[in-house]
Design a protein around this ligand. Structure first.
Ligand code: PEP
Ligand code: MG
Length: 325
């Protein structure tokens, strides 16, 4: 089957009835090793900048970061590359920046840490802006936002970094679009305010599932409770896309759910059309989406949303998927 998927990798990302999708890749460390060639994707939907930080024994300098980011932006000329600012803390530790906490997933993570250390944030944004100079395909994404004040402070620092770089290089800079990860439940209820402040949002279903269900995403003892197909998570995802559409706020999904056949079908049925996934899943997801009619997804959605357990949701979708494969 994987040969069949590969045969269609160069064909348009659209349903059997012609609805277009945007399929992007998630990336971190060695982007050049990704299994899907850049020309077959719509860009990078999530570049996790923490990986190069984790691999080093000290913070990379601004110049090292410029080179790193430029390499990624250059691989996708004319296509968006969504770079997420440093998302450490939680399960991702830097060997040279120790954080000891009782509750790391509820603690000093992502934007909370970098706003407390604006020098880390500013250097990173400056490096991204410099890398983007001749390319203009950079989008900046903010992780772990739980409060609008964090958005305001991040935007203020991004503006400052823009000012500093244009001053230093004495040129006008291309202004990147800025977006927010929807992965902490609180921010789901502030979408209208968010839409007025930033250009786009991207749902991190891995953390959103963890925080909605209060289940540690890495703890094997509670692994059976961690399920993005939990009816509450699905209802949250449905509400989010409906609200975003009403606000004309660009929304996409970059958590693992988007790279799962059952997950992407459900998301497409809800109205999502922009997905980012590990590159190893892209050919399969494109192949699948090319075989579905939006009208059959429209029939599937109410049945699935009426399910009372993740198990039933999965059963329902697997029955549907069996007819496709
Ligand atoms: C997520 O939380 O869904 C996500 C995409 O980010 P990460 O897995 O890096 O936390
Ligand atoms: Mg996350």
């Amino acid at each position: 089957l994987s040969a069949a998927y590969q045969q269609e990798i160069g064909l348009p990302s659209q349903s059997a009835c012609g609805k277009r999708f945007s399929l992007m890749v998630n990336s971190g460390l060695a982007i050049e090793l990704e299994t899907t060639a850049p020309q077959y994707t719509d860009g990078v939907g999530l570049y996790r900048t923490e990986f190069p930080f984790i691999m080093r024994s000290r913070f990379p300098t601004e110049q090292e970061q410029v080179e790193l980011y430029r390499k990624v932006l250059e691989m996708y000329p004319g296509r968006p590359v969504i770079m997420r600012t440093l998302d450490v803390g939680g399960d991702k530790a830097l060997p040279y920046f120790s954080i000891v906490e009782e509750n790391p997933f509820l603690g000093w993570r992502g934007i909370r840490l970098t706003l407390d250390h604006p020098e880390i944030f500013l250097v990173q944004i400056r490096a991204m802006l410099k890398a983007n100079l001749a390319l203009d395909n950079l989008y900046i994404l903010l992780p772990m936002i739980s409060d609008l004040a964090e958005v305001d402070e991040s935007l203020r620092l991004i503006k400052q970094a823009c000012f500093e770089v244009s001053d230093e290089l004495a040129i006008e800079l291309p202004k990147p679009q800025v977006g927010v990860m929807i992965e902490v439940p609180s921010i789901m209820y502030q979408l209208p305010e968010l839409a007025r402040k930033v250009d786009f949002c991207s749902i991190g279903t891995n953390d959103l599932t963890q925080y909605l269900l209060a289940v540690d995403r890495n703890n094997p003892r509670v692994a059976s409770l961690y399920d993005a197909m939990h009816p509450a998570v699905l209802r949250a995802l449905y509400q989010l896309v409906q609200q975003a559409q009403g606000l004309q706020f660009a929304i996409s999904v970059c958590g693992e759910l988007a790279g799962e056949p059952a997950g992407v079908l459900l998301l497409a049925a809800m109205g999502y059309s922009s997905f980012s996934m590990n590159s190893s899943n892209l050919a399969k997801i494109k192949w699948l989406l090319r075989r579905v009619e939006m009208s059959e997804l429209a029939l599937l959605l109410p049945e699935v949303l009426a399910c009372t357990s993740a198990k039933h949701v999965r059963l329902h979708i697997h029955r549907f998927l069996e007819q496709k494969q």
